[in-house]
Design a protein around this ligand. Structure first.
Ligand SMILES: [Fe+2]
Length: 146
């Protein structure tokens, strides 16, 4: 099928949700410090949310005739997220870092909601749901350090 605003937006969602899922798991394993347990568990909620939404977005792309590309090289080349540092992540910085990452993916998705709505309101509605789910997780992470 031809590329469109909608297929491009959904494919962008695919790569960003995969990157977010992987980076949240990386942080889940490597976080240390005060409130370790809370952040360790919160990060697995981010992983679960990203994974659930990822499947919805990828399968919507398939439904409209696209071919979701979740290959590692495609994710690295296309995601809006910067790479996460290797090694230990201290909780004081990791809360803010991960809140920013979740919010960045959500905000990127939000930018495509209106353009997609002109082409395919159902895909646009899905992107709203994805953004809402990510906003919730970003808020959980931010609220923990306010
Ligand atoms: Fe775990």
């Amino acid at each position: 099928m031809a590329e469109s605003t909608t297929t491009r937006a959904l494919q962008q969602g695919v790569v960003d949700l995969i990157a977010l899922e992987l980076q949240a798991k990386q942080a889940h394993w490597n976080v240390r410090g005060p409130q370790f347990r809370s952040l360790h568990l919160a990060l697995d909620e981010v992983v679960a949310a990203a994974r659930t939404q990822l499947d919805e977005v990828a399968e919507r792309l398939s439904q409209i005739g696209g071919t979701p590309d979740g290959r590692p090289a495609t994710v690295i080349a296309g995601t809006v997220l910067d790479e996460i540092d290797g090694g230990i992540l201290q909780t004081d910085k990791a809360y803010a870092l991960m809140a920013e990452k979740v919010q960045k993916v959500s905000d990127s998705i939000k930018e495509s909601i209106k353009p997609v709505d002109d082409e395919d309101p159902v895909s646009s509605d899905l992107l709203i749901q994805v953004s809402a789910a990510l906003d919730l997780q970003a808020w959980f992470l931010r609220a923990a350090t306010e």
